[in-house]
Each structure stands twice: as C-alpha cells, then as structure tokens.
Design a protein around this ligand. Structure first.
Ligand SMILES: [Zn+2]
Length: 421
C-alpha cells in the first residue's frame, strides 16, 4: 500500500512535497517523492491530497483510567488537597467505571493522532481486557505506592514484576511506575531500579512536581510533609532535592522517564542530563496547578530530552465550559502559549522522536524511515512547504486519519483526493 500526501513530514528529515510512504507488513518499506515511489506501487494507492502525513504522535505520560474525571475535580488551594480529592473521587468508582474511562481515553488519543502512549496503570485488573480492545500502542506502567504498606518493598516490586510478566496482548510494552518519591520509600525505589534493570524495563515516576514535594524533601516541613508523616518514614527528607532522592536510590538511569520536574536544585539538571533520564512536560496539567515555571532552558542546557504528555483529564481545565479531551495537539498549543519562541521542529520532536527515545523505540516509532512501524497520522493542510511544521502544530480537533501498523484505525472527513497524475 502507498499513502500519498501533498506534504510528508518524516521528522528526522526535511518535509517532502508530493511525498509518499510505501507500507508493507505493517512497516514502512520506503519513503520519498511520489514520482520516485510510484514505480514501486504494486498494491493500492491512497491519495490524501491536501494533507500533511507524519508519524503518529507519542504521549509520554497519561492516566487513561481517569479520563471520565474530566472537569470533576476543581483546582484546590494546594497540591496535597488535590491528591486527597482524586483519591475520594476514585473510591466511588468500580471496575466498569475505570474500564470505560480507560477505553474512552484510548479512543480520544487515536482520534487526535496519537499512536503510542506511556500510561500509568492504577487499576491493573483492567489490562487483560482493555489492552486487547484498542489498537493504540500502549506501554503500561504499573503504579506502585508505599503508604501504609502491608508488604515489604522487595515483595511489592516482585509481585508487580510477576504480574507484568504474565501480561499478554496489546502492541506496546510495559514497565514500572513508583508513583512519586513522596508516596514511596527509598527501599521501594531501590527495589524498582534493580528489578527494572534485570528485565530491561523502562521506569517512570512523577518527580519534583510541586512546591510541597520540594519543601518536604529539602527542608523536612510543609503541608505534604505534615500529611505524610503518619503514613511513611521521613528519614529521606531534609537530605536534598527530590532529584537527589532518586539519585541516592539508584533510579537515575537512561531508562528513567521523569514526569513534571518543575522544581530543580542547583545541580539537578546536570545530574538528569548525565544519567540520560528523559523528562516529560504536561503543559495543561502544569497550568491547572499553577506550578512553578517549567525549567526548560536549564534542562535543555543540560542535554535532557524533553517529551510531552497529556497527564490525566482530572487535572485539565474546561475551556469555555467545554469538557476537555485527551489530545497532544492541545498540549502543544498550551506549551506554545507560554514558550512562544520554541522552534517548531523542536516541539514536533518532543511528541515524536523524543517519545520514541524514552520508550526505547528509536528507529521503530516517532519518525518515517524504512523499517519503522507504519504508525502515522494526517491532518488537512494547504499552506506553504516552508511553514508546514509551524502550522501543523496549530491543528485542533480530530485528525483526518490515524494508522497503526499500516491499518487505518480512525478517519474523519478523509475524502479521497481528485485523481491526479
Ligand atoms: Zn501523572
């Protein structure tokens, strides 16, 4: 099969005018100008006409099971209060509420051009059914906490690993997600790092998100410290920043996907860069909580790869009274509102090739090259070649088509182009 479009954006090469992608066996066999690839066409040709065809986007942080909490939790005066609110909302839900919410979130991502997601799984019982019920490529990260634990850290992580090894189905992968330094313990983090390294699994964690977390670890005080003092040992507080807490536990490795990272101490960016960790920024969630400025310049200077994520809709504002949907395009527009001078190509890399790097999928996802998975998305476009990436980033609403493994899994007003030579 060949997909032809007025402009094809490979991401790791300049945009191609009148480009085409040859797909065979779910992978990209060739990419180039239509006039060169047409000679290779032995199967059907789908001409997308006035469109941009590019890799499917990669959402590096999401909680699909909270999708139906959209607009349910008002921003609270501090982060600790919000955590209590979401725990209360979740306690009223059963299996079916979580499953329907998870599946609806997967559908919303596909309809907005995302083909892979790093998802935090707080209700792992959903996965055997849900992963098979969506074509979305899902990396399921099993969430671990250690507040009032009934098991030792080693037992908690070993049980999680046993469960993950039994997981079948789906087209992505899996890994471990200690929730955050404050909701776990150094013992749990150390055990996670050891087990993940043994299995070659990626690890993701919410890190240095709020001022309350920073204050708890740096100074052993504040609202989060006071809330958690009866629920976990606090000997790891007062010793330095949250990033330093991960360093002490052996968690800062090239397989680490650190989410949020809004509060850095002096040497933290350098440490993250040297250890090869990736950082995920979630612009709409960041705005919802009014967190401290995201330190993109510091992380950039330290060579840290930055990805984008949607986080959950539980921490996304309604816009003009309209319920939000999971969409990386919405995150990109929110990012550009606060960081307008970002190079458009760099932003595109955050939602494609950087996400592929975080998931250990370089050369497989996030770019259009021979041998990569045929995960693609298309949006309508009739502007200039030079401004393609800049304009595509401003797209909103559903995309016109999403393909996973070369299979069309969603389309919206994807009208065949008039026949052309
Ligand atoms: Zn999150």
């Amino acid at each position: 099969m060949i997909l032809r479009a007025r402009i094809v954006v490979p991401v790791t090469a300049p945009p191609l005018e009148d480009g085409a992608v040859l797909i065979s066996g779910g992978r990209i066999a060739e990419i180039g100008r239509w006039e060169d690839l047409r000679k290779l066409a032995s199967g059907p040709v789908h001409d997308l006409g006035e469109s941009v065809l590019m890799p499917g986007w990669i959402n590096a942080h999401c909680h699909l099971d909270y999708t139906h909490l959209a607009g349910q939790i008002a921003p609270t005066r501090n982060f600790t209060e919000w955590i209590k609110s979401i725990h209360a909302a979740k306690s009223a839900w059963g299996f079916s509420e979580f499953a329907l919410s998870w599946l609806d979130g997967a559908r919303q991502l596909i309809e907005s051009g995302t083909t892979s997601v790093a998802n935090i799984e707080s209700v792992p019982e959903l996965l055997p059914q849900c992963r098979d019920a969506t074509p979305l490529r899902i990396w399921s990260f099993l969430e671990l906490t250690a507040l009032r634990p009934r098991l030792s850290p080693a037992q908690l992580v070993d049980d999680a690993a046993t469960w993950l090894r039994s997981l079948t189905g789906g087209s992505g992968g899996h890994g471990l997600s200690p929730h955050a330094p404050y909701s776990t313990t150094p013992g749990l983090l150390t055990a996670t790092a050891r087990v993940a390294a043994n299995h070659g699994w990626p690890v993701t964690i919410h890190l240095a998100e709020s001022d309350a977390e920073f204050e708890m670890f740096m100074y052993r005080r504040g609202p989060m410290h006071d809330w958690l003092a009866a629920q976990r040992p606090m000997e790891d507080c007062g010793l330095g920043s949250p990033v330093q807490a991960l360093e002490r536990s052996g968690m800062l490795t090239p397989g680490l996907i650190a989410v949020h990272v809004n509060r850095l101490w002096h040497d933290d960016a350098r440490l993250l860069g040297e250890r090869g960790a990736c950082v995920v920024h979630c612009p709409q969630s960041h705005a919802y909580f009014h967190h401290s400025r995201f330190p993109r310049p510091e992380l950039d200077a330290a060579g840290v790869r930055i990805c984008l994520g949607t986080d959950s809709l539980a921490s996304t504002h309604r816009s003009r009274g309209i319920r939000p949907l999971l969409s990386l395009f919405d995150e990109v527009r929110a990012l550009l509102q606060t960081d307008a001078h970002l190079d458009p190509q760099r932003v595109l890399e955050m939602v494609t090739i950087h996400g592929a790097h975080a998931l250990g999928q370089l050369g497989v996802l996030g770019e259009l090259i021979p041998g990569a998975r045929a995960d693609l998305t298309a949006v309508p476009y009739s502007g200039s070649l030079e401004a393609t990436v800049e304009n595509v980033l401003q797209h909103h609403g559903p995309v016109s088509g999403t393909w996973i493994d070369g299979r069309l899994v969603f389309h919206h007003q994807l009208n065949p182009a008039p026949a052309r030579p």
